[in-house]
Design a binder for this molecule. Structure first.
Ligand code: BTN
Length: 261
C-alpha cells in the first residue's frame, strides 16, 4: 500500500512518513498517538479497515474493507484559533481529488462533507491538541466511500460511493496519493494567511447549499438562505428578515429543508 500511494504522490513535504496497517481501531486515534510523540512530522496513517472508526458528533464511522480510511498528522506553525479552518481546505482538496481520479464532479456540504449527486461520499474528522504554547498537532481524518456497493437502509438515501457513481472500482492508493498532492498545494495557500481569503471563491463555487434554504439546528432551529463562507470559513446565512447571521462550524448542524443537502 505504501509503495502504491507513493506512485501517485509528488508532494514536497506532506506524506513524508506513511504508516500502514491492514486493520486499525481508528486511523485518527493512531495519528493522535504519533502527534503526541516527538519523532514524526507530517505523517499519514492508513488502514484497510477500522474496528472503531469515529465520525463527527461522537458518531461511529462504519469502516468495511474497500473504502479509504486515512489520517494526516501535521504540526503547522499557526494560531490555534485558526486550526479548525483546515477542515474546509481538506474538503476542497477532496473534491479536486475525486474529480482528478474519476472525472466526476463532487461538491461540498458546509463545512466539510463531500457529496456527489446530493449524497455523502466522504467525511472528515479534524481533531487537534492545543497546549499552553499553542497548537501541538492537528489530525485530519478522511473516510471516502470508494468501492462500497450497498449502504444500510437508514443511510442509503444519504450516502453513495465512487464506484456506485461511476460503475468502476477505484484503487484507494490512487485516491490517497492524489489527495496528498491536492491537499499540499492548497495548504501552502492556506498557511500564508491562515484563513480562506484566497480560496473562498473556489470553495463557494463548490458549495452544494449555496443560495439554498437551509435549516440551522442550534439550541433551537431556524431557516435561512446559505450565502457562502467568509474568510474564516464560517457560513453566512440570511434569515427571513434579510439579516445575515454567521454560523460557526462545530456549533450547529446545517441541513437542507428536504433531505440531506
Ligand atoms: C464524519 O462524521 O463525517 C467524519 C467521518 C470521518 C471518518 C474518518 S475514517 C478515517 C479517520 N479515522 C476515524 O476514526 N475517522 C476518520
Amino acid at each position: 500500500m505504501v509503495e502504491q500511494i507513493k506512485q501517485y504522490t509528488n508532494t514536497k513535504w506532506l506524506g513524508a512518513n506513511i504508516v500502514y496497517e491492514e486493520c486499525m481501531d481508528s486511523t485518527n486515534t493512531r495519528a493522535k498517538l504519533i502527534g503526541g510523540g516527538n519523532v514524526m512530522e507530517n505523517a499519514v496513517v492508513v488502514a484497510k479497515n477500522q474496528t472503531a472508526g469515529r465520525g463527527r458528533r461522537g458518531r461511529n464511522w462504519i469502516s468495511p474493507e474497500g473504502n479509504c480510511y486515512f489520517s494526516v498528522m501535521m504540526k503547522p506553525d499557526i494560531q490555534a484559533e485558526n486550526v479548525s479552518t483546515i477542515t474546509l481546505v481538506a474538503a476542497l482538496a477532496l473534491t479536486q481529488t475525486i474529480e482528478k481520479v474519476t472525472g466526476i464532479k463532487a461538491q461540498i456540504k458546509w463545512p466539510n462533507d463531500v457529496v456527489v449527486d446530493g449524497k455523502k461520499v466522504s467525511g472528515i474528522l479534524t481533531e487537534s491538541s492545543i497546549g499552553v504554547d499553542g497548537l501541538k498537532y492537528v489530525v485530519i481524518g478522511v473516510g471516502v466511500n470508494v468501492n462500497q456497493k450497498q449502504f444500510d437502509t437508514e443511510i442509503e438515501s444519504m450516502a453513495t460511493s465512487i464506484s456506485l457513481q461511476t460503475g468502476n472500482e477505484v484503487e484507494c492508493a490512487h485516491v490517497i496519493g492524489e489527495f496528498l498532492n491536492c491537499f499540499e498545494e492548497l495548504l501552502e495557500v492556506f498557511l500564508k494567511t491562515e484563513d480562506m481569503t484566497v480560496l473562498i471563491d473556489r470553495y463557494n463555487s463548490l458549495l452544494v447549499n449555496r443560495n439554498q434554504e437551509v435549516r440551522i439546528i442550534d439550541q433551537g432551529e431556524w431557516v435561512g438562505t446559505a450565502l457562502g463562507i467568509n474568510g474564516k470559513g464560517q457560513l453566512l446565512v440570511s434569515d427571513i428578515d434579510g439579516n445575515v447571521e454567521t454560523v460557526i462550524s462545530g456549533e450547529v448542524s446545517v441541513r437542507g429543508l428536504y433531505g440531506y443537502v
